[in-house]
Design a protein around this ligand. Structure first.
Ligand code: FAD
Length: 649
C-alpha cells in the first residue's frame, strides 16, 4: 500500500489561468477553504499569452453596443450551436466582470475621454474588446494573482496563516479526479513535478479549469500545458464531453521560420486595419464572404476602409469575418497556388498605419516578428497561415452553475468547458468566458461543498490511491513489463509517440477533413494507444519531463479520439468543423449535440484493450432557444440556421 500525504479542503480548483483564479477567488469569498493546483508556476498559465482583449458590451466606443448585440454576434459566430443560456449569461455579465477587474487594479488602455478603450475584432459588430496593448492576458492574470494575494493577506491578519483558506500548489499535476461508489467527487490525486512525490487532496467539490488541447496538433499557438488534461480527467471520472469535433484553427499563425510555426499573430492586427493579400497582391477575402454574412460585410475595398472611421455608415471589411471563415479562405488561396513563399499568405499593416502607431498598438507583434523572423512589420508584410488555437468542445456543463453533467461535485469553466461558443468562438470571448463562468463555477462549487459538513465527508480509499499510484508509475516499469509480456518488443519513446500523434491529428483531422482520412486517423490512434501502453522512461521521479509526457499521452490520446470520432460522425460543415466531402451547413444538425463518453469507466480504462476504441458517441438534443432570445433575430436570418421543426414549433 502506498503511503501518500492527504490534505482536506472544501474546493479544489485545477488550473491557475483566468478561469481557475476567478473560480478560486469566488469560492474563497463564499467561505470555502480553497486549494488551487497548477502544472506551471503561479502566474505563468496559458492565459498570460492572450493578446487582443476581453469582449464585453460596455458600449464605451460605440454606444449602440449592448448585451443583446453581443449575444447575437456570439450565436452567429457559433453558427447557433452555442448553449444559448451560456451565451446569454456571458453577454449580460461580461461588462461587470471587466469593471470588477478594474476595481481590483487592472489598468486597461483608455479612450480619449478616459473610459476603458475597446477595439474591433472579427465577428463583433461594435468595438468591444477591452485591452492592454496586445498583452491583455498578462494584465488579467496579474490582477487576479494580486487579488489572491490580497485575500491571503486578509487571512494572515485574521489567523496568522496566509494559506489558511486559499493555497496554491504550483508545479503540481493532477492525474485523477477520484469519485466514490455513489459517483460523487471525493478528491484528486496529484504529483509534484519537481520531486515526483504523490499527494491526495480530499474535497467534495473540484473545479476543472485546465484549458485546452492544442498540443495534440503539430502546428498550434498553444503552450506546453495544453495536453487536454481536464477533458480527460472529466471523461475518466464519468462526465461526458460535448461537441469535440469543433476545434478552432486561428487564421493567422506565423509560418516561418519552422521553429516558430504556429505562434499566434493576434487578430488585433486585422482589427486595427491590417489586410490579407495573396501572392498576386489581391485582397482575396472579398471573394470569400459566405451567404449568411453577405449583408453585413463590405463589398469593396473602399467601403471596408471607410468603415474604420465611419462604422455607422459602412460595412466592415471581410478580413473581420469570424475565424473559421478566414482560416478556410487562407487555406484555399494557398492550395490554389497563390500563397506566400513559406506556405501562408501576406498580412500587412505596414501600408496601413504609421510605424509609430504600429509599435504602440501592437508592441508584442512588432517584437515577435523582429526577434523570431527578422521581419520589421512597420516596413513589410508578415507571412501567416492557420494554426490550431482553441477547442470549442469540452466538458458538458449546466449553463448556470458550471456543474459537469453526471458527476456531482465536479464543475468546469474556461476553455475546458464546452457549449458556450458553439461551433466557433469569436476572438475576445474566451477571456470574458473565463471570468463569467469562472466566477459561477467557484460560487456553485463553494455552495455544493457547504452542503457536506467538513467532519463527515466520505474519504478517498487506500485502494483508489494504490491504483492511481500504479497508473502513474507504469512508465518506469514499462521496460520490464514489455520484455516479459511481449518478448522481443522494445519500450516506446514518449517523445516519438507524441510527434506521431501530432502529425496524425494535423494531417488527418485538421482544418479540412475527409471521411477516409478520419477513419485512417482512428486506426493510427488505436495503434498509438497500443504503443503508448509500452511508453517507458528512464531515471527517477525528480523533475523528469519524459515521465510527465508519458502521463500526458493518456490524455492527448483520449481527447484526440473524441475529436476524430465526433468529426467523422458529424456529416456537415459548421464553424470549426469543415468537411470537404460534406460542404455546407445542414440545418438538421443544429438539433444534434454529440457527447463523447468513455467505454470503460474508472480503473477499467487502464485494463481495457487499447486497440479497441475507448470512446463511444451519444446524440443529445439541445434545449430549444428561448422565444425572447429568438426574437432578437430577424426571421430571414433564423431560416439560415434553424431546422424546420424549430422554425414552426
Ligand atoms: P489556462 O489559462 O490555460 O490555465 C490552465 C491551467 O490549468 C494552468 O494553470 C495549467 O497549469 C493548469 N493545468 C492544466 N492541466 C493540469 C493538471 N493536469 N494538473 C494541474 N494543473 C493543470 N482569448 C481571448 O478572449 N482574447 C485574446 O486576446 C486571446 N488571445 C490569445 C492568444 C494566444 C496566443 C492564445 C494561445 C490564446 C488566446 N486566447 C484569447 C484564448 C485564451 O487565452 C484561452 O482560451 C484562455 O486563456 C484559457 O484560459 P483557462 O483559464 O481556461 O486556461
Amino acid at each position: 500500500m502506498s503511503v501518500v500525504e492527504r490534505q482536506q479542503w472544501d474546493v479544489v480548483v485545477i488550473g491557475a489561468g483566468g478561469a481557475g483564479l476567478r473560480a478560486a477567488i469566488e469560492a474563497r469569498e463564499n467561505g470555502a477553504r480553497t486549494a488551487v493546483i497548477c502544472k506551471s508556476l503561479f502566474g505563468k498559465a496559458h492565459t498570460v499569452m492572450a493578446e487582443g482583449g476581453i469582449a464585453a458590451a460596455m458600449g464605451n466606443v460605440n454606444s449602440g453596443d449592448n448585451w443583446q448585440v453581443h449575444f447575437r454576434d456570439t450565436m452567429r459566430g457559433g453558427k447557433f450551436l452555442n448553449q444559448w443560456r451560456m451565451a446569454e449569461l456571458h453577454a449580460k455579465e461580461a461588462p461587470d466582470r471587466v469593471w470588477e477587474l478594474e476595481t481590483w487594479g487592472a489598468l486597461f488602455d483608455r479612450t480619449k475621454d478616459g473610459r476603458i478603450s475597446q477595439r474591433n475584432f472579427g465577428g463583433h459588430e461594435y468595438p468591444r474588446l477591452a485591452h492592454v496593448g496586445d498583452r491583455t492576458g498578462l494584465e488579467l492574470i496579474r490582477t487576479l494573482q494580486q487579488k489572491v494575494v490580497a485575500l491571503q493577506q486578509e487571512d494572515h491578519a485574521e489567523s496568522g496563516d496566509h494559506e489558511a483558506n486559499l493555497k496554491v500548489f504550483q508545479e503540481c499535476t493532477v492525474t485523477r479526479v477520484l469519485t466514490g461508489d455513489d459517483g460523487r467527487v471525493r478528491g484528486v490525486f496529484c504529483y509534484e513535478r519537481e520531486s515526483g512525490r504523490f499527494f491526495v487532496i480530499e474535497a467534495p467539490s473540484v473545479v476543472l479549469a485546465t484549458g485546452g488541447i492544442g498540443k495534440s496538433f503539430k502546428v498550434t499557438s498553444n503552450s506546453w500545458e495544453y495536453t487536454g488534461d481536464g477533458h480527460a480527467l472529466a471523461l475518466l471520472a464519468g462526465a461526458p464531453l460535448l461537441n469535440m469535433e469543433f476545434v478552432q484553427f486561428h487564421p493567422t499563425g506565423m509560418v516561418w521560420p519552422p521553429s516558430v510555426k504556429g505562434i499566434l499573430v493576434t487578430e488585433s492586427v486585422r482589427g486595427d486595419g491590417g489586410v490579407l493579400r495573396n501572392s498576386d497582391g489581391k485582397r482575396f477575402m472579398f471573394d470569400y464572404v459566405p451567404d449568411v454574412f453577405k449583408e453585413k460585410y463590405a463589398e469593396s475595398e473602399d467601403e471596408g476602409d471607410r468603415w474604420y472611421d465611419d462604422p455607422d455608415h459602412n460595412r466592415r471589411p471581410p478580413e473581420l469575418l469570424p475565424r473559421d471563415e478566414v482560416a478556410r479562405a487562407i487555406n484555399a488561396e494557398v492550395k490554389a497556388g497563390r500563397g506566400s513563399p513559406h506556405g501562408g499568405v501576406f498580412l500587412d499593416v505596414s501600408t496601413r498605419m504609421p510605424a509609430d502607431v504600429i509599435r504602440r498598438r501592437l508592441p508584442s507583434m512588432y517584437h515577435q516578428f523582429k526577434e523570431l523572423a527578422d521581419v520589421d512589420i512597420t516596413a513589410e508584410a508578415m507571412e501567416v497561415g492557420p494554426t490550431c488555437h482553441y477547442v470549442m468542445g469540452g466538458v458538458a456543463v449546466d449553463s448556470d452553475s458550471a456543474a459537469a453533467r453526471g458527476v456531482p461535485g465536479l464543475f468546469a469553466a474556461g476553455e475546458v468547458a464546452g457549449g458556450m461558443h458553439g461551433s466557433n468562438r469569436l476572438g475576445g470571448n474566451s477571456l470574458s468566458d473565463l471570468l463569467v463562468f469562472g466566477r459561477r463555477a467557484g460560487l456553485h462549487a463553494a455552495r455544493y461543498a457547504a452542503e457536506s459538513p467538513a467532519d463527515d465527508r466520505p474519504t478517498v480509499t487506500d485502494e483508489q490511491i494504490d491504483t492511481a499510484s500504479a497508473e502513474a508509475l507504469r512508465p518506469f516499469s514499462a521496460e520490464a513489463e514489455t520484455r516479459s509480456e511481449e518478448p522481443g518488443t522494445a519500450p516506446e519513446n514518449p517523445y516519438t509517440l507524441h510527434q506521431e500523434l501530432q502529425q496524425t491529428m494535423n494531417d488527418l483531422v485538421g482544418i479540412i477533413r475527409r471521411e477516409g482520412e478520419m477513419e485512417e486517423a482512428l486506426r493510427k490512434l488505436a495503434d498509438l494507444r497500443v504503443r503508448a501502453r509500452r511508453a517507458g522512461v528512464e531515471g527517477h521521479r525528480q523533475f523528469n519531463p519524459g515521465w510527465h509526457l508519458a502521463l500526458d499521452l493518456r490524455n492527448m490520446l483520449l481527447v484526440s479520439e473524441c475529436i476524430a470520432r465526433a468529426a467523422l460522425e458529424r456529416t456537415e460543415s459548421r464553424g470549426g468543423h469543415t468537411r470537404e466531402d460534406r460542404p455546407g451547413m445542414d440545418r438538421s444538425w443544429r438539433r444534434v449535440n454529440l457527447l463523447c463518453r468513455l467505454r470503460e469507466s474508472g480503473a477499467g480504462v487502464a485494463a481495457a484493450d487499447p486497440a479497441r476504441g475507448q470512446i463511444r458517441l451519444e446524440r443529445d438534443t439541445p434545449e430549444p432557444i428561448r422565444p425572447d432570445l429568438l426574437a432578437l433575430f430577424e426571421k430571414e436570418e433564423l431560416v439560415k440556421y434553424l431546422s424546420e421543426e424549430e422554425l414552426f414549433d
